[in-house]
Ligand binder design. Structure first.
Ligand code: ATP
Ligand code: MG
Length: 113
């Protein structure tokens, strides 16, 4: 199993999660996060020319555990639905999950997802 953590624009979350559901990938978490990428936040020019630096930007983390065979499909769906082509589109991290357990039934591994 793979855990896919996608840190994306909040306004893209509904598109991404709906597209994942259409592909049969339903169980997931979303969390609001503050973070930064290589641009280290952004500069905002306010009224009167005042410049305000925002170090941490609001993003949403979509965390989903999938069977190995679904990982590339899930990644492709996330990219397709989260991308604008501008900086700040987000980042996807993939890691290996050693087990999963459905509490109600005791099912393990892929069967528990
Ligand atoms: N190396 C990292 N480790 C953990 N989280 C990260 C990392 N890089 C980015 N993030 C998170 O992902 C969010 C989006 O990053 P962002 O899309 O700006 O990446 P980037 O590398 O700066 O790419 P781009 O040049 O397209 O903006 C960040 O606000 C932060 O929450
Ligand atoms: Mg960036």
């Amino acid at each position: 199993m793979k855990k896919i953590e996608a840190i994306i624009r909040p306004e893209k979350v509904a598109l991404v999660t709906e597209a994942l559901a259409e592909a049969g990938i339903v169980g997931l978490n979303t969390t609001q996060v503050s973070g930064r990428g290589v641009q280290k936040g952004v500069m905002h020019v306010g009224r009167g020319g005042m410049t305000i630096k925002v170090d941490m930007l609001q993003k949403t983390k979509v965390e989903v555990v999938v069977k190995d065979a679904d990982a590339e499909k899930a990644i492709a769906i996330i990219i397709e639905n989260a991308r604008t082509g501008e900086v700040g589109d987000g980042k996807i991290f993939v890691s290996t999950v050693t087990d999963a357990i459905r509490v109600r039934t005791g099912e393990r591994g892929d069967k528990a997802l």
